[in-house]
Design a protein around this ligand. Sequence first.
Ligand code: ADP
Length: 643
Amino acid sequence: MTVEAHKETLGFQTEIKQLLDLMIHSLYSNKEIFLRELISNGSDAADKLRFEALSDEALYEGDADLKIWVNVDKDARTITVRDNGIGMSREEVVENIGTIAKSGSQNFFKALTGDDAKDSQLIGQFGVGFYSSFIVADKVTLLTRRAGLEPSHGVKWDSSGEGSYSIETVERQTHGTEVTLHLRSDEDEFLSDYRLHGVIKKYSDHITLPIIMPKVTTDDKKDETTIEEEVVNTAKALWTRSKTEITDEEYTEFYKHVAHDFEAPLAHLHSKVEGTNEYTALLFIPARAPFDLWDRTNRHGIKLYVRRVFIMDDNDKLLPPYLRFIRGIIDSNDLPLNISREMLQHNKQIDAIRSGTVKKILSTLENIANNEPDKYATLWKEFGRVLKEGIVDDTANKQRIAKLLRFSSTHDDNPTPAIALSDYVERMKEEQKKIYYITADSFAAAKNSPHMEIFRQKDIEVLLLFDQIDEWVSTHLTEFDDKPLQSITKGDLDLGDLEDSEAKKEAEKVSDSLKPLLERINTSLGEKVKEVRFTHRLTTSPACLVADEQAMDASLERLLKSAGQAIPGSKPILEINPQHPIVEAIKEEKEDTRFNDWVSILFDQALLSEGGQLDDPAAFVKRLNEMFISMGDLSSSRIITLN
Ligand code: ADP
């Protein structure tokens, strides 16, 4: 293998420059966290070495006692954080330290506003890691060698954080990484061992590796100063300790480490399962959705440990995708240490761990929903859309997940979804058999849809669904609490006992006398519709479109079309309000061209009012204008040119 021993100077990615700049300006009030970030990286590096050494013990190079050392050199004004973990090769340094490979980072940079106060909030969500060194240092040197490589493959990286870094291959006897921070002139406070001790206790006590600092003892009698080493942290896996001994602060710091998050979590769950398949789960619900929530390859999910040894980061085997926002660890006592990613797929124990853990998470969510509604509102805002996928993905827990769903509804016309299906059921009218809902492309479209008219008039609550995923959810959630869910834009409207039978009879009589009109409209629309019929669901609108009971919902159809999917065209049913003045007027229209224009307008406005797109909008506008003109005033005096 050839080694590029030469020293080269490389430019940081533009994003890193931006990140460094932002960090230095926005994190000055919380500078000390740089130490937590470096220790966290050292701990991850030790986990990786331990895991790789399971299949190749030589990687330890005779030194399996993994630790992190923190040293201060007052004269040189430096802090050094060293680990004997996995280390990095030259390529890995360039890749990990020179570029931001994080998935979702594009979204982060797009979200930046240039306003320091706002951006510093964002940076917390992004996680700053290694770069936080530059908050306190004006020069950072990193020395490293990957475990298993020759001493001649050491790497030295340094940078002053101003756009470029240099990298060279050096001789390095020990594996692992050593980061030296040359402190800025006003950062003397961090040259104190006492201060650093405090920072480590505060943020890194949960780290399982011993964190070593020198202990300075002065022997007065001999007037001699000896330096001993001391372990600063508790150095015991947090999740192995009893729940009652662990403080909220400790849980929070542990969360920040596993999730690479700056903010405290919304909630945690810590459970030990005993029996033939023993495991401990320590899981967290973050307070905010990460930038890469929609990226299913996101690597910061659940970490799998076997008997305290880190095995792998995993997202899709230990938890189903709809719970991919959960962070934390699962530590199994019974899985083999050499379990591979492939083996996870067909493993009974893993299956049992997954289904047990899903149940625990659902109870945690239920608890929050029942006892801490404000917290649940935050949770729903951040993760509701992902959770909804569970209705489709997790049939076994469908009804439990259904209870956790929140929607908008005509009960309070609040665009923030906050109504549970059980709230709806509680308010249902005595004669009401179904849970009514409408799906549309936006809150306004749902709320103001003509289909809603009869429900408003009769004061029947309708759930307003306007999230794209709601289409899928509603096709998979057909009942709740033994009550069928019914789309109000589908099929023949049957309000059952909610119907006013006298009024219905009256309407039927009117309809009978209008039968010839229906025929004429049907002929006029031809292939555009499946059927034309009268309806009593409209009170103020002249017409609306309805999907066949079996057909795909119109807004789902639009969604699929916009996603480029070819779908067999299902024709809508045009429903006409026999009492509407426009309908009465066209009944009298003898002239075919004008009649056809009226019918086209009726059809097009029905399509528009449910958020659909017209095939030929210009023709619609032209017809409408012609109608206005022919209706009187406009045509008499003013000059209007129609094209
Ligand atoms: P994060 O830890 O969130 O991934 P960092 O910027 O802190 O982000 O680190 C980037 C990457 O650099 C890490 O994912 C890891 O691969 C590598 N790295 C950082 N510190 C160390 C270390 N002490 N030992 C080995 N690899 C490291």
